[in-house]
Write a protein that binds this ligand. Sequence first.
Ligand code: PMP
Length: 406
Amino acid sequence: MTISLSNKIRQLRPSPSIAAKQRVNELQAQGRRVLDFCLGEPDFDTPAHIIEAAISAMCSGDTHYTGSQGIPALRRAIADKLRQQNGAEYDPSEIVVGIGAKQLIFEVFAASLSEGDEVIIPAPCWVSYPDIVKVNGGTPVILPCTAETGFKLSAPALEAAITPRTRWLVINSPSNPTGAVYTRDEWLALAEVLERHPDVALMTDEIYELVSYDGIRNLTPVAVAPALRERCVIINGLSKAYAMTGWRVGYAAGPAPLIAAVTKLLGQSTTCACAFAQTAAVAALTGPQDPVAEMNAIYAERRALLVEGLNALPGVTCTAPDAAFYVFPDVSALIGARTPEGGVIASDLDLVGYLLEAASVAVMDGTSYGSPGFLRLSFATDTDTIREGLSAMRRALSALSLKETA
Ligand code: PMP
């Protein structure tokens, strides 16, 4: 007898980024050296004072279940952070802590979507949003955005996409994969559209907000357009800014009834986030912030190296991202190129395969992010890997015969 799987799970794709990581691990296990640009997490270790806070919490008995909404000290620290850094007022009762931002995105949709409800997701977008929406009964409505708008959703495009079934708009600023950050004017323009559609809620995923360059700062829409507060949910977490991906601490801030519904779901699923990881998260938010700045300075150097190197490659055009640790180069000029073996690079997916085979360089395809003709490379990796990867890509791409342009 086999255990049959649910209809829900059958339509769920595996996360492409987790699948890419597995592919790299398999090749490495076969003894192959792979230059990995797929990483979706900081390559730094968690700052020492955060680790020490967790150890001392464990030693003093902080090893039990906590309340499902998260420990009061952490929700207070998050409320203080939102007020001081984001200009957004939230009471700790309007905040829920979960196992990473990803769980909270999942539970917010689980708590609010009914079959057939539409969720607008501008693309390029993080690979997990459409599947999380689908598994919770919703219909993802992907809106492609182009380089002309900096890969950001424009107000007219939003207006045109809203239907009577639209329940949510998801904005990820700063964006994975493009690093785009919405400006005050861009938020105001979107808010004006949302004002005309009071049944559409806004989820803003701000997980990359503290990884940014050239003084660019993330603005939370609640601070820019306070009228949105009652239908906005802020998603954030500790993973990226504090190099704490494995600790699994994220949070959502939003209207109390939705937060209560999410808390009820957590109580019937995971119970709570890890107790001592929550205490360590308090140390991360309230302790010295120098490690965040130090990591950003290193990312900035790598960003410069990678953007310059990519632009020097044949058929590759790359703008410098404002935030996060990804570049999203346009490789459309390479589509149709012939490999030395006579094969054709028919898509960005083929290019990913070619780079892995010919250069041992692992990158993500733009198609997975809703934007064919692009690649995503993470620079959460050391400069030696970036230099070697660029040289290997140069050799592999120079061996291609590019399509004739008329
Ligand atoms: N949102 C985006 C845009 C992300 O890129 C990620 C992680 N790759 C997450 C959310 C999830 O982060 P967490 O580790 O807090 O679950």
